[in-house]
Design a protein around this ligand. Structure first.
Ligand code: C2E
Ligand code: MG
Ligand code: MG
Length: 731
């Protein structure tokens, strides 16, 4: 039995005893009292009746009534035998017995007297005595019954509340057990704290006095290590702030809920605090670490770049907007630096995306080390990084930072034992001079970066309004090029390629031109790159191939010499999954002969697609198509592919031919290329031959074919046809 319930039990015992005793005593006492009263009134009424009879005797003989003993005794005798035995006496005024009944009444008894009057004067007294024994017997019987009843009631009184109490106690214990087990096993941490107050009754400190296992788990799982310690030290500043506020408002029965992070740990809790009793505070800790981390992750994904962990475009825009607002308030300026790695695409294409990703991570690390804590570095995508620099005193500051960023990536990066040299170009736009909003500043910094690339890369460049003009022109060009395709403003010229030994035309390179309605004739150098970047090269390339094949077929049918027609194909084109199918369908559609078609690929295009699309392109050799490597010697690559790929021709780049007669280096390069091609049995073509000296040098070195202004500039279709016809007639 519960110790706490013992006093209550004793109290119930005393109460039960008292009630039983009261019943045991009061019932017979009450019975006796009532029976006695009844007796008294019976005797009274009998006295009245007998008194009336005596009175009638007195009235019949007022003078001598006291000598009528016999009549009186007779009367009394009659009364004495009336039911219950009773003893009657008549006395005169002096108390002398006049008549008596003969009945014997057992002790104890009670006597009732009544004065007898004659003409209003008391003449005697009538006494009746009755034994109390019947009443006493009945009272004793009643006492017996009432004691029995009291005993029964005692047990009922004692047992019923006890049982009820035990049930209540049991229920209480059960519920307490339940709550205790809940308290012990619940996932939420629960802690009880004692509030200490100072002399003035103000809150002084809070101490942890109990903690469930989940709460102890928050601190390593040992309750002993935390119970008795200052709660604020354990749970940290946020806890202190809210609980202090709650304790200050305790009179209002305040409770608080708040969120906190455990000091020194990466755990988050939803805390509910209330006061269960005076001087106590209970706190419930719900672990929300997972949801908080998930939120943080989502937040991170929304605002941070997953590869480098730097802020992404969305966050950068936000930061730049804040910086502009700050600059406005402080009347200061800011700079946006747009940094782009030079030739990153080549690294990605040649060394693979994982190396590219590693490089970006490393670059972001280096850049981060060179910006100030309150400046923001973000990655916009690809190899594009942006920095916003605030509180600019002088432009010099920006120049210094831009140079520092460029320098920071100068040192070689090493991946898988290989050293990689990377440079970057930076464009700078200043607020408020170069734009008053985030979009404009980034756009202008981007333009400045492009300009920096054009002027040699690995440098920085400030934005100027002229760049804007250039960018606008680029946009105009893009739109114009789209229209050019639709409106037929593009056309082809053919530049003959001559056999060095005989001087006869053996091939012709198809070169595209744009006849702009306002700007006139535009060379491919001004729009091919744009077409590649915008993807317009695909419809454009298809148009060129179809045009060339159509001409080939016409000229073949017309009986003109069956020479090779060389078509430049850009990387973007062979990256199309169905490029060989496209060529096949154009050949079939136009009826051109595959063995007259040569595909010119640059070295970089070849190396970039070596693992993927090159096999498909070289597969076309089975149809008779030949493959030439254009601008040979300028590509960013090793020569390894020459050994493995069945290349038909290499075209020595014009840059080596131009000074071949004057530069010893160029001579050496051209000689080496020619020697190599002979050894490997690959035909060679020299591009950009303009002078007789160049031609003679090349002829001496055994160059197979010559292309250049010395013989012919690129010719219109009709001019070329004429030329070819002329040659055909000569043969
Ligand atoms: P490329 O394939 O190396 O073409 C040869 C370029 O050298 C042509 O310039 C040609 O006019 C020029 N050239 C030839 N001989 C001489 C010479 O003796 N002296 C000088 N100074 N130049 C000479 P063009 O037509 O301006 O084409 C430039 C580049 O544009 C081409 O270089 C090629 O890469 C690209 N291109 C031209 N047409 C196409 C095309 O249809 N598709 C693709 N993808 N690219 C094309
Ligand atoms: Mg070419
Ligand atoms: Mg070339």
């Amino acid at each position: 039995m519960n110790k706490a319930s013992r006093p209550l039990q004793q109290m119930i015992m005393v109460l039960a005893r008292g009630v039983s005793l009261l019943i045991a005593l009061s019932v017979p006492a009450a019975y006796f009292f009532i029976a006695h009263q009844n007796l008294v009134s019976t005797l009274e009424s009998q006295c009245v009746i007998t008194g009336a009879a005596v009175n009638s005797i007195i009235l019949s003989n007022p003078q001598m009534w006291r000598f009528e003993e016999v009549r009186l005794a007779e009367l009394l005798e009659r009364r004495a035998h009336d039911g219950v035995p009773q003893f009657w006496t008549i006395r005169d005024k002096s108390g002398q017995v006049i008549a008596q009944s003969s009945q014997v009444v057992l002790q104890p008894f009670t006597t009732h007297r009544r004065t007898i009057y004659d003409a209003g004067l008391a003449v005697g007294q009538l006494e009746v005595t009755r034994s109390l024994r019947p009443i006493l017997y009945k009272t004793a019987l009643t006492a017996l019954f009432s004691t029995l009843l009291a005993t029964i009631l005692f047990f009922i009184f004692r047992a019923l509340p006890m049982r009820l109490m035990n049930t209540a106690i049991h229920e209480l214990e059960e519920s307490e057990k339940k709550y205790r087990s809940l308290y012990q096993t619940m996932n939420e941490g629960m802690a009880l704290h004692k509030v200490y107050v100072d002399k003035d009754g103000g809150f002084s400190s809070l101490t942890l006095i109990d903690a469930n296992p989940s709460c102890a788990e928050m601190f390593g799982g040992n309750p002993d290590a935390i119970v008795g310690r200052n709660s604020f030290t354990l749970f940290g500043d946020t806890f202190r702030e809210f609980i202090s506020e709650m304790l200050n408002n305790l009179e209002r029965g305040a409770s608080v809920s708040f969120e906190m992070c455990l000091p020194g740990k990466d755990y988050f809790y939803n805390v509910q605090a209330f006061s269960p009793d005076k001087g106590l505070v209970a706190t419930l800790f719900e672990d929300i670490t997972e949801s908080r981390k998930a939120e943080q992750q989502i937040q991170k994904m929304a605002y941070f770049d997953s590869l480098t962990g730097l802020p992404n475009r969305a966050l950068f825009y936000d930061r730049i907007k804040q910086s502009i607002a700050l600059a406005n308030r402080e009347k200061s300026s800011l700079a946006v630096l747009f940094l782009d790695l030079d030739h990153f695409k080549d690294i990605n294409d040649t060394l693979g995306h994982s190396v590219g990703d590693q490089l970006l991570i490393e670059v972001s690390r280096r850049l981060t080390g060179h910006i100030r804590a309150n400046d923001t570095l973000a990655r916009l995508g690809g190899d594009e990084f942006v920095v916003v620099i605030t509180h600019l005193g002088v432009t010099l500051n920006t120049t210094y930072i831009a140079q520092k960023l460029i320098d920071s990536i100068q040192a070689p990066f090493s991946f898988m034992g290989k050293e990689l040299h990377v440079t970057a170009s930076v464009g700078i736009a200043l607020y408020p001079d170069d734009g008053d909003n985030a979009e404009t500043l980034i756009k202008h910094a981007d333009m400045a970066m492009y300009s920096s690339k054009e002027t040699g890369r690995n440098s920085y460049c400030y934005f100027s309004p002229a760049m804007n003009k250039k960018a606008l022109m680029r946009l105009e060009n893009e739109i114009g090029l789209r229209h050019a395709l639709e409106r037929g403003e593009l056309f082809i010229e053919f530049q003959p390629i001559i056999k060095a030994a005989t001087g006869t035309i053996v091939a012709a390179e198809a070169l595209v031109r744009w006849n702009h309605p306002e700007r006139g004739r535009i060379p491919p150098t001004e729009f091919i790159e744009l077409a590649e970047e915008t993807g317009l090269i695909l419809p454009l390339g298809e148009f060129i191939l179809r045009s060339v094949c159509t001409s080939m077929k016409i000229w073949r049918d017309a009986g003109l010499p069956c020479i090779r027609y060389c078509v430049n194909v850009s990387s973007r084109q062979i990256e199309q999954q169905n490029f060989p199918e496209l060529v096949r369908s154009i050949l079939d559609e136009t009826g051109a002969h595959a063995d007259q078609l040569e595909i010119e690929l640059t070295e970089s295009c070849l190396v970039k697609n070596i693992e993927t699309n090159v096999a498909g392109v070289f597969g076309m050799r089975a149809w008779g198509i030949t493959i030439a490597i254009d601008d040979f010697g300028t590509g960013y690559s090793s020569l390894g592919y020459i050994k493995t790929l069945p290349i038909d021709h290499i075209k020595i780049d014009r840059s080596f031919v131009t000074d071949v007669c004057t530069s010893v280096q160029d001579q050496a390069i051209v000689e080496a290329i020619l020697a190599m091609s002979h050894k490997l049995d690959i035909h060679n073509i020299a591009e950009g031959v303009e002078t007789r000296e160049q031609l003679e040098f090349l002829q001496r070195q055994g160059c197979d074919e010559i292309q250049g202004f010395y013989f012919h500039r690129p010719l219109s279709v009709s001019a070329f046809e004429e030329l070819l016809r002329g040659q055909g007639e000569k043969q």
